[in-house]
Design a protein around this ligand. Structure first.
Ligand code: HAM
Length: 419
């Protein structure tokens, strides 16, 4: 062991467990790629101000959880705590919004939040996200929710629930906010929470403390304050989800930890994860572009947490289908056989076969041990006598059956056996 270990709240992905993370990223991004989403990648840090204005200056993410730094040149930067503000910034900077709308983008990467670490909550974590910019259309909200639900389904997860709400728009939300504030001001709350009532009253609904929750029983709900346009929009989203066979639960108290949401908001939760049950979340953010200095650009998106999705798979005992692991393992005996077999290995790999080799000159017995441990289906064994006869032994590692195949047709034969 070295004297160093990964920083608090972080962990390394190491084989074989790391394969689950790749499988999850692949399962989430495949439906997006099929649905016309283009890949976007932005820097790991941005100006602090982008997140302060975008995510919200009074949110926990901005006030408590951002990793900020001042560069030698005096710039105030923050490691990105989320992807939406950055992706929108990048799209506006590249003038994508001047072309055909909606602009559909997906991304995958690392995010950083200085949170109190616990199971499922880390200071460095990984998300795959999708954003559809520049269209106000309930079918677009539905498309994104369906793609996320399909991704979870394709992974074999059964216990993911979808919670759905509408947070209203610039017309009806201020009226609701005032009504909620009025109600909250009459409660017995500590000083910090009373301050939150004035700055960000919707967040109070998300207070997990029993003493607060008890008092919230009669709180006014956004649902009862939606304007006609928001009500109609939400009904259409619900109908489209139902038609697509995506089950959801109306959760009129669902508020999110980021301030940019309007109308459709949702969260995917998994009950096998304890306190950190949200495996993914998102919603519509019609005002965010203007908040960061852009034109009006109604948009919707989500991000799914890769770490928590992997935890959910493990909680359900599901093993995701692994990306190509070793199919063929080559074991040489002797120097010349070694050179020949290494050449064959390279040709096999170039033809698309996942293959590995007994490196380190360990001898036949240890080489076969490595072959068995690798999980490969076939071993290729080449000894002095085989070499003299111009053949290679192709051994099925499960059945033990072995056949001598001419070296010249070995690639073809191996591929036929694997298919
Ligand atoms: P979020 O709900 O903050 O939304 O994060 C999305 C997902 O990232 C969460 O559901 C969770 O699975 C994962 N996640 C968040 N924080 C942590 C953490 N500390 N440790 C492990 N996993 C975590 C957003 O980030 C929005 N940008 C989503 C969005 C996209 N909305 C519209 N477009």
């Amino acid at each position: 062991m070295s004297t160093f270990s990964a920083p608090k709240g972080t962990y390394d992905l190491i084989p074989p467990g790391s394969a689950d993370f790749l499988a999850v990223r692949e399962a989430i991004s495949a439906p997006l790629r099929r649905a016309g989403y283009g890949y976007v990648e932005t820097p790991g840090f941005e100006q602090v101000e982008l997140f302060a204005r975008g995510v919200g200056a009074s949110t926990d993410i901005v006030t408590k959880e951002m990793y900020t730094l001042t560069t030698k040149g005096g710039d105030e930067l923050a490691l990105r705590p989320e992807g939406t503000a950055s992706v929108l910034r990048a799209a506006l900077q590249a003038n994508l919004h001047r072309g055909a709308l909606p602009v559909k983008l997906w991304y995958s990467g690392s995010y950083y939040r200085y949170e109190r670490p616990q199971a499922g909550r880390y200071r460095h974590f990984s998300q795959v996200g999708a954003e559809a910019l520049g269209a106000e259309d309930p079918a677009l909200d539905a498309e994104l929710v369906i793609l996320a639900a399909d991704a979870y389904r394709s992974l074999g997860l059964r216990d993911v629930r979808l919670l759905l709400n509408s947070l209203g728009d610039a017309e009806c939300r201020p009226v609701y906010r005032a009504a909620l504030q009025e109600f909250l001001r009459g409660l017995d709350l500590d000083e910090e929470t009373r301050a939150r009532v004035e700055i960000n009253p919707l967040r109070v609904l998300d207070d997990k403390r029993e003493a607060v929750q008890r008092q919230l029983a009669g709180a006014p709900l956004m649902r009862d304050h939606l304007c006609e346009a928001c009500k109609g929009y939400h009904e259409q989203v619900r109908d489209l989800l139902t038609a697509a066979d995506v089950a959801f639960e109306d959760d009129p108290r669902l508020v999110r930890g980021l301030d940019y949401y309007t109308r459709t908001t949702f969260e995917f939760v998994h009950d096998g994860l304890g306190a950190q049950s949200a495996v993914g979340g998102g919603g519509r953010y019609d005002g965010l572009s203007e908040m960061i200095g852009g034109p009006a650009l109604p948009s919707v998106g989500w991000a799914l947490g890769v770490d928590r999705t992997v935890l959910a798979l493990r909680a359900e005992g599901v093993t995701p289908e692994l990306p190509a692991h070793t199919e063929v393992f080559a074991v040489p005996a002797g120097e010349e056989a070694r050179r020949t077999l290494f050449g064959l290995l390279t040709v096999l790999r170039r033809s698309g076969v996942a293959a590995d080799f007994a490196y380190g000159g360990k001898g036949m017995k240890n080489g076969m041990k490595s072959a068995n441990r690798s999980g490969a289906r076939l071993a290729l064994v080449l000894g002095e006598r085989d070499l003299a006869e111009g053949v290679v032994q192709v051994k099925d590692l499960a059945s033990g059956e072995q056949e001598a195949v001419p070296l010249a047709s070995a690639v073809e034969r191996v591929r036929a056996k694997l298919s």
